[in-house]
Ligand binder design. Structure first.
Ligand code: NAI
Length: 795
């Protein structure tokens, strides 16, 4: 094309970014890279390797080592050794290292951006303007947390050695999201990049080494899912942080169950993009471009489900199609393109298959009729409209440049459609009416909500999902806690074996009628309910004297309790003041009957009168603590370096199953239930199995304290059996389980179905009288999910 012709047509010509330096860097590694272990590149002990390809051309880019068991062992050993001295460094020293890494990224920004574009296939415009600057920002931000760690996280220590597994869609940015907080807070890392895109991680290793990062603090082992699995299964790793598909997340959850490893999962999504009839339509159309065509739609939080108000659907779709026609798909290094290549042929085939399926299910297909590059893996911007909410393209993550669209008539219907998904990562909503936008934002089941915007990220603002989009947050203060553990829990000892129930001695007179009369039922939906199986169990004193009976709950009782808890939504929407007041009432009513409750503990456990009284006093005080926190455990407003602010709002998780520890029959229950209900959750509680009578006595306290029906449900019986039903229940959002190691492992494993949040003690006993270990923010943090709502603010 001649210059005159360009002037004639006013179309864009190619504006390629030079790749000389990137190709030279690759040329220096033609014999392969090896792994980065203990500060140096080493050949793979597995002696296996694989090729990595350039998505835009299909050509081989480099040879990478396949990490085997020995490589992973070496990397973990190097990390273990380095972590000790790294954590001992003053925060300021670590801050300087993080700062040096940030500066290094900035100094080599263009090289990283070009390598990333070549390796991943995404446009240079994105790697240059987003991936790399945001990665640098993460290192700056976390340099700051390292600097103030000793004051801001004084009651925590680093987790230790962290295994990090990242996907291919944002290779460098995901590395930064994982590595920056881990290192800043004193951990050492073994990172496995995605097999499609390992190059910028290896380049980063070179840069980190040149920046003087101590050997062993950062290790990189390349390889595929098998290498990832070796890392996950390694017994000397303290934590796994994973970003990738929900399927693999689920496997990792099961694999780490019972290992004591801490886990965060950032998984898939099918995020709604809601356009109301009062939206700025052109703004929203541009939003769709950023939501689903950014990074070829290979974005976990892509706004892939368009929900459009019926009244504007025609005009919106018309303008969207017009805009699609102006998108440019081309070579990643062309500075004028909007979309580059799909990561790999296998992914392209998957996208094509899903789109065909959508069409066969009745969706209308629209693809921009634009020039497509030849060769490589490219897919055009695509819109499937008239999609049924239940169809596969509306429910499955396509992970490609494919928007599916549906219409709605009312805001309520929009919310219903938006939340009609097993995921809960992000949501974008468009309306010029602040009341409507913020009302809807509060009701969306998503970890991140963007108002009149989409795909905004910042190191200071937590990112992460609900439901099957995983758990844990990256970024900001919440993200820091994922790499720390509480000092108060260090040195906890294995819980002594639960005393076997004393055999009831059938001496005459033990089974008096008055005892039997007080047989406790279950407590479900605010009412005492007979157990479904109509069985009871006798509770005996340490000396084998029958002191009461409780119902033997079964899976049906748990299911009824979950239904009751699910229905008690008003509690989650109640004001914090209201919840606080009720917690104070519970405390006051317990206080009025303190002697009776203390006597019951003594009768069940044989505890001295003084220690039983101390337990009751601590329970009353703990209820006051959470009443106090109810209206003080609040959100914050982040001020990211982008337009607007982000409201970080702690939200109740929902319905939580609670398996109380065997010891401390009343205090254990109060310590777990009070933080949950203070923050608006509804609970199904399985009380101490050997000593359940404090819980059944507690019904009358709850009944007289104005606690709405269904907020606390209590099912007595076998802890392990009832926990099994709770952990596998798809309408339970979290399970807190305190008891045996077997209980922890089982709960974690069965939780993988709907990826519920778990909080378990791995059989370690908590001293419930110790306020530092047993109350406060440690528990409140686990009782909520933080939702980050980005809203326009100022200019
Ligand atoms: P993936 O989840 O298989 O891979 C992500 C990372 O996990 C890679 O580093 C991989 O090597 C590793 N991995 C795979 N199996 C593992 C195992 N058993 N144990 C430990 N690590 C393991 O994702 P993949 O196969 O690359 O893409 C498949 C689909 O996953 C995509 O079509 C997309 O729907 C989804 N996906 C979602 C992402 C997200 O950010 N939500 C990112 C990448 C993919």
């Amino acid at each position: 094309m001649t210059v005159a012709k360009y002037f004639d047509e006013m179309s864009y010509g190619p504006a390629p970014e030079a790749d000389t330096e990137a190709r030279e860097w690759l040329a220096r590694h033609t014999s392969g890279f090896g792994h980065f272990i203990n500060g140096a590149f080493v050949a793979s002990a597995s002696a296996r390797s694989f090729d990595t390809f350039e998505p835009a051309t299909g050509k081989v880019l480099a040879k990478l080592a396949t990490g085997g068991a020995e490589d992973v062992d070496n990397a973990v050993a190097a990390a273990r050794k380095a972590q000790v001295s790294w954590a001992r460094l003053p925060g300021h020293a670590r801050a300087r290292h993080l700062y040096a890494l940030a500066r290094m990224i900035q100094r080599h920004a263009r090289l990283i951006a070009v390598v990333e574009a070549i390796d991943n296939g995404k446009p240079i415009r994105e790697t240059r303007d987003l991936d790399v600057p945001l990665a640098a920002r993460h290192f700056y931000h976390h340099a700051g947390w390292a600097q103030i760690q000793d004051t801001e996280f004084a009651d925590h220590v680093p987790v230790g050695v962290v295994g990090q597994i990242i996907p291919w869609n944002f290779p460098f940015l995901m590395l930064a999201w994982k590595v920056a907080p881990a290192l800043a807070l004193g951990n050492a890392v073994v990172l496995k990049p995605a097999e499609f895109t390992s190059l910028t991680a290896l380049l980063f290793a070179e840069l980190a080494s040149a920046a003087g990062l101590p050997p062993g603090v950062l290790n990189i082992v390349t390889g595929d899912g098998e290498t990832g699995a070796l890392l996950v299964g390694h017994e000397d790793i303290d934590k796994i942080a994973f970003t990738g598909s929900t399927e693999v997340g689920r496997v990792i959850r099961e694999r780490t169950a019972g290992s004591g490893k801490s886990l965060t999962l950032e998984l898939g999504g099918k995020s709604p993009f809601i356009v109301f009839d009062d939206a700025d339509i052109d703004g929203a159309v541009e939003g769709v471009v950023d939501a689903i065509w950014f990074n070829q739609g290979q974005v976990c939080c892509a706004g892939s489900r368009l929900l459009v108000h019926e009244g504007i659907a025609d005009i919106f779709h018309e303008r969207l199609k017009r805009r699609m026609q102006t998108l440019r798909v081309g070579q990643p290094l062309d500075k004028c393109i909007d979309m580059g290549a799909i990561i790999a042929p296998v992914q392209l085939t998957r996208i094509e298959a899903l789109v065909n399926k959508g069409v066969s299910e009745g969706a209308t297909l629209h693809q921009a009729k634009i020039d497509m590059p030849k060769g490589g893996s490219f897919y055009p911007p695509t819109l499937l409209s008239g999609v049924q909410p239940t169809s596969i393209v509306a429910t499955e993550e396509i992970f490609g440049p494919v928007a599916v669209s549906m219409t709605f008539r009312t805001p309520e219907e929009a919310i219903q459609l938006a939340n009609h998904t097993r995921y809960g990562l992000a949501a974008s909503l468009w309306s010029e009416t602040i009341g409507l936008a913020l009302n809807v934002a509060a009701k969306l089941a998503a970890g991140v909500v963007w108002v009149n915007a989409t795909n905004l990220f910042d190191a200071a603002v937590g990112f992460g999902g609900k439901r099957e989009s995983g758990f844990g947050r990256e970024g900001g203060r919440e993200g820091c806690y994922e790499y720390l553990k509480p000092k108060a829990w260090i040195g906890r000892k294995a819980r002594p074996a639960t005393p076997a129930p004393s055999p009831v001695k059938p001496a005459a007179g033990d089974f008096t009628l008055s005892t039997i009369d007080r047989t406790a039922k279950l407590f479900i939906g605010g009412k005492q309910a007979r157990p479904d199986g109509n069985y009871s169990r006798v509770i005996a004193s340490p000396k084998g004297k029958a002191i009461g009976e409780v119902g033997e709950g079964n899976r049906k009782d748990i299911r009824n309790a979950v239904v009751a808890a699910r229905a008690a939504t008003a509690w989650s929407n109640a004001t914090a003041h209201n919840r606080a007041q009720i917690l104070y009432y519970i405390a006051e009513n317990l206080s009025g009957r303190a002697d009776e409750f203390a006597a019951r503990i003594t009768a069940m456990t044989g505890a001295s009168a003084a220690s039983a009284k101390a337990e009751i006093d601590a329970a009353i005080s703990r209820l006051f603590t959470y009443a106090a926190w109810a209206d003080k455990y609040e959100g914050v407003v982040h001020q990211p370096p982008l337009r607007g602010v982000a409201l970080a709002m702690p939200e109740a998780i929902g319905v939580v199953g609670v398996i109380c520890p065997p010891e401390a029959p009343l205090l254990g229950l109060v310590s777990l239930v009070a933080p949950l209900i203070a923050t608006g959750n509804r609970v199904v509680v399985v009380p101490s199995e050997p000593y359940p009578l404090s819980a059944t006595d507690f019904y009358s306290i709850l009944e007289t304290s104005d606690l709405p029906a269904g907020v606390v449900n209590i099912v007595t019986g076998s802890a392990i059996e009832l926990a099994k039903t709770l952990a596998a229940h798809n309408d339970v959002d979290a399970v807190w389980a305190f008891g045996s190691t077997e209980l922890s492992a089982m709960v974690e494993k069965l939780s993988s179905g709907n990826l519920k949040r778990t909080f378990v003690d791995n059989g370690k006993a908590t001293d419930w009288m110790d306020r530092a270990a047993a109350e406060g923010a440690l528990y409140l943090r686990r009782a909520v999910d933080v939702k980050n709502i980005w809203i326009p603010y100022g200019e």
